[in-house]
Design a protein around this ligand. Structure first.
Ligand code: ASP
Length: 371
């Protein structure tokens, strides 16, 4: 593993959005209310780092919306317009952190990192994890390049793509159940084993510019289960959904009736992505009789190893992009599945192995070339 480090003083922009890391007791429960400065004040600062705080909003992240995610995307864009900024840290509630991180990653063209972090324990608790996560996130934001958007939590560096909240309360809140993490941070070191696979990034959508968000697309998630029928999927279409994530059982299965409803939705121009409610592994076309074979034949797009929240963000990003409607399916496929790997993504770990683009996909290498 290589230690990526640069000893120059670095300016980091800290964008504060709320979450448990900013939460205080409200009499009946916790809610986000501390400012970015208050949150920052709880943490030690790594050497030679200056931090500038932007208070963007202050919510528990179960209240996240596409409008807020677009505001976050423009705040990141604005922060990185300053060439003296070395990287961006975003404090965010952990509940939907994986959604915002992936949305930002799909639009991230800059070699400088954007690092999301948060906490499982509220502000000001003696045994809180917020200060340590903040320190680590600042350290990573000041140290790495060309890795896209990252999640730094409990000493682990995760790629945005594929990472999900995997623990409701434990400090090790995040994991990609289908892939190893990128690396780790601790003892003033950042060790990164591999570059994440990322598709070519999208342009900043018009909705994230000064023109404002305008009308945003409705994208729903519908989960299959025993006794499941097409009622909720049809209700989503009737409610005006332009995209639907169908969360199948197993490797991505449902029923013949649901396959028919998917075909009908797709014929009306609705984009349908197919994921699974299983914890890890890819969706795959194995079964007919309402299985993924029939759902794909009906027009659903497989999500690889992405789970519902991130699949939904890929649909939102597709619908916000200005590709022609006839090209949306192809774009969605790219965003969901990333670039095709020429080689296994994970370089062998251990001392002596190098952090390099040698194992990176063509798109990742193209991205690295932007550095
Ligand atoms: N409910 C909180 C939120 O997502 C949880 C957290 O931040 O850890 O805002």
């Amino acid at each position: 593993m290589e230690w990526i480090r640069d000893d120059r003083p670095r300016r980091i922009k800290l964008i504060s959005t709320g979450g448990t890391i900013a939460s205080r007791w409200q009499g009946t429960g916790y809610a986000a209310d501390a400012s970015g400065d208050d949150v920052l004040a709880t943490a030690a600062l790594p050497d030679d780092i200056e931090v500038e705080v932007v208070d963007l909003f202050n919510v528990n992240s179960s209240r996240m919306t596409t409008a807020r995610q677009l505001a976050l995307l423009s705040a990141v864009h604005e922060a990185l317009a300053d060439p003296d900024v070395a990287g961006v840290v975003i404090t965010h509630g952990t509940d939907t952190l994986e959604e915002s991180a992936f949305f930002l990653d799909l639009h991230h063209t800059d070699p400088r990192p954007v690092v999301l972090t948060g906490a499982q324990r509220p502000l000001g608790t003696g045994d809180g994890d917020g200060p340590g996560n903040m320190y680590d996130a600042l350290q990573v934001a000041a140290s790495v390049r060309g890795l896209g958007v990252l999640v730094v939590f409990d000493g682990v560096v995760h790629a945005a793509r594929g990472t999900v909240k995997a623990q409701t309360l434990a400090a090790a809140a995040f994991a990609d159940p289908s892939e190893q993490s990128l690396g780790k941070v601790g003892f003033a070191r950042v060790d990164v084993r591999r570059r994440p696979d990322r598709p070519a990034p999208l342009a900043l959508p018009r909705a994230a510019t000064a023109e404002g968000p305008g009308t945003l697309p409705r994208v729903d998630i519908v989960t299959h289960h025993s006794d499941g029928d097409p009622l909720l999927l049809n209700a989503a279409v009737a409610a005006g959904a332009q995209g639907i994530v169908l969360v199948g059982t197993g490797a991505g299965n449902a029923t013949p009736e649901i396959a028919e409803a998917v075909a009908e939705a797709v014929s009306q121009g609705v984009l349908v992505a197919l994921t699974t409610r299983v914890h890890s592994g890819p969706v795959a076309e194995m079964y007919t009789g309402g299985g993924a074979v029939d759902l794909v034949a009906a027009g659903a797009v497989l999500t690889g190893t992405l789970r519902a929240g991130q699949a939904r963000m890929a649909l939102v990003a597709t619908l916000l992009s200005d590709v022609a409607p006839g090209r949306r399916d192809a774009l969605l496929r790219d965003l969901l599945n990333g670039p095709t790997r020429a080689e296994p993504a994970l370089a062998a770990g251990g001392s002596g192995s190098r952090f390099s683009g040698a194992h990176a996909s063509p798109a990742a290498r193209q991205h690295a070339a932007l550095r």
